[in-house]
Every structure is written in C-alpha cells, then in structure tokens.
Design a protein around this ligand. Structure first.
Ligand code: PRP
Ligand code: URA
Length: 209
C-alpha cells in the first residue's frame, strides 16, 4: 500500500497559510506556490542516491558526494500543476518535464483528458506527478494511469493539499504510489471542493474564473 507523507516544516506551513488566505492575490499566490514547491522538492528528494567523486579544492583533493545520476521527471497536471514546476526546477534543474492535460468536468467531476507528452526515456526516470489539489482523486488517478500506459514505472504524487477522499481513490487504483502533501484537509464539500482548501487553484494561479 502507498504511503502518505505530510511535510510539516514550519516554512511550508507558514507559506501554505498565506496561500489559503482568500485575500492573497494572484501575484503573491503564484510566488508562494513556487516557494512551497521548492521546499517540498527539498524534502521529497531526501532519498536520492549519492556517489563519491574526488575534486581538487584549492588546498587538497577531497572525496565528496554527488547525485548518483538517477534521472528525475516532473509531470505537472495541466493547468494548475504548472504553478509548481519552476519552484522544483530551481532545485533540480536537470529534471525533464512531461505534461498531462486533464480537467475535471464540473458536472460529472470525472477527468477529461486532452494532452499527454512524456520524456522519451520515461521508463528510466523517477517521476513526480504534481498538482496543487488532490480532491476526489479522479484527475491524479487518471494521470497516473496515463503515465503508466506510456511506460512510467516509478511514480510519486506531490500536491499542496489532499483530501482524504482523494488519497483513498489514488491508493485504491495505484497502491504503488506514495503521496506527498503539505496538508491533508478535512473533507470535500457538495461541489467536491476541498474544505477548507484554498479554492480553485488554477483560477487563483492564473487570475481566471
Ligand atoms: C483541479 C486541480 C486538479 C483537480 C483536482 O484542476 O488542479 O487537477 O482539479 O480535482 P479531483 O481530485 O477531484 O480530480 P481543474 O480540473 O480545475 O483544472 P485546471 O487545473 O485547468 O484549473
Ligand atoms: N480543484 C481545485 O482547484 N480546488 C479544489 O478544492 C478541488 C479541485
């Protein structure tokens, strides 16, 4: 069964509070999402393997560690997932970025697919699917399924806020996928928005409605 990891670092929690606040405007919202994503990337990559190399310092040779070359891939779910990409790339600039286009039909709440493009060496990469909101879990579960059908093998899911319903659905359909979140909220409301959540992530990121 997949695990759920909640990042309770004080900086993440502080920034998430401002992200939730309805008075936070688009510019600040976008900057904060980027910052929290970078902090979460720092936590999510803790288990990346290292190897030893020798470098010459101005004083002497030194045995040091560098990343062991395990390749990463980020897969934002369009469109709100895009808001998290740059923050993560700041820490992991060599990661390749695939894209999954999905939106949640407002009536049926089922995900509607419209785009998919993955790195050519998808089988070799550790993939992080990114989306700020895990609500019913329909979008994330469908995105993961699409990625698996395109050859993805090692998949993590990273979101800002997860609802218990979304966690249950993703793990019900993909028990090999660990979920990383900055918060797990109470529940979904009658429109399947996360309560208390942050509202519509895509609209707040891009200033639409
Ligand atoms: C939002 C969000 C997730 C999805 C979560 O996207 O970014 O992708 O809803 O809901 P679910 O867990 O119930 O599927 P939305 O469909 O609003 O599209 P957008 O990113 O284009 O705004
Ligand atoms: N999508 C959002 O952007 N917010 C929610 O609360 C649920 C789905």
């Amino acid at each position: 069964m997949g695990n759920v990891y909640v990042f309770d670092h004080p900086l993440i929690q502080h920034k998430l509070t401002h992200i939730r606040d309805k008075r936070t405007g688009t510019k600040e919202f976008r900057e904060l999402v980027e910052e929290v994503s970078a902090l979460m990337a720092y936590e999510i990559t803790r288990d990346m393997p290292l190897r030893e190399v020798t470098v010459e310092t101005p004083v002497a040779p030194a045995r040091c560690k560098v990343l062991a070359g395990k390749k990463l891939g980020l897969v934002p779910i369009l469109r709100a997932g895009l808001g998290m990409v740059d923050g993560i790339l700041r820490l992991i600039p060599a990661a390749k970025v695939g894209h999954i286009g999905l939106y949640r039909d407002p009536e049926t709440l089922e995900p509607v697919k419209y785009y998919a493009k993955m790195p050519s060496d998808i089988e070799e990469r550790d993939l992080i699917v990114i989306d700020p909101m895990l609500a019913t879990g329909g979008s994330a579960a469908a995105a993961i399924q699409m990625i698996k059908e395109m050859g993805g093998r090692s998949i993590k899911l990273m979101c800002l806020i997860a609802a218990p319903e979304g966690i249950k659905r993703v793990h019900g359909e993909h028990d090999d996928v660990d979920i990383y979140a900055a918060a797990v909220d109470e529940r979904l409301n009658e429109k399947s928005y996360i309560v208390p959540g942050l509202g519509d992530a895509g609209d707040r990121l891009f200033g639409t409605r």
